[in-house]
Design a protein. Structure first.
Length: 145
């Protein structure tokens, strides 16, 4: 019996209809499973299961982003595909040499992307006709690069 047959596939899935919430939840759940596997590296079956599930999730993201009917802007598509490519390569490295510390970057990436997807889309956004705060007007990080 596989570890996934002993417990529900995921905990408290969000209601359908909001892709951002669903994707954010999936990434959070994958990060939780990776962190759990990292804490119990002696359970090789659970460790590899968590790594493979995360890889499968990112493969789904790749397919969606690469789809010709994806509404995502080209620059964002490129960034997501580059990140997915990194995750592919890193995951292959973990499968070849399973070390718990190698999960750190995958957990961090999943949590960061999930936080962005689950945040209120208007948080931090500058709305039309809203004056730009003086601190943001000059210097800082150029996010358009």
């Amino acid at each position: 019996m596989y570890p996934t047959q002993r417990r529900p596939a995921y905990n408290k899935a969000p209601p359908s209809g909001d892709p951002r919430r669903t994707e954010g939840w999936a990434l959070t759940e994958a990060a939780r499973r990776l962190a759990e596997a990292q804490r119990s590296p002696d359970n090789a079956e659970a460790f590899m299961d968590a790594v493979r599930r995360n890889w499968r999730l990112w493969t789904i993201f790749q397919a969606g982003v690469a789809s010709p009917d994806s509404p995502m802007p080209v620059d964002l598509k490129s960034n997501v595909l580059s990140l997915a490519n990194f995750i592919d390569r890193h995951t292959v490295g973990i499968l070849a040499d399973p070390q718990p510390q190698k999960l750190d970057i995958l957990i961090r990436i999943n949590r960061e992307i999930a936080a962005g997807l689950l945040a209120n889309p208007t948080e931090g956004a500058v709305l039309p006709n809203t004056p730009t705060p003086p601190a943001a007007a000059g210097g800082g990080i150029n996010h358009s690069v």
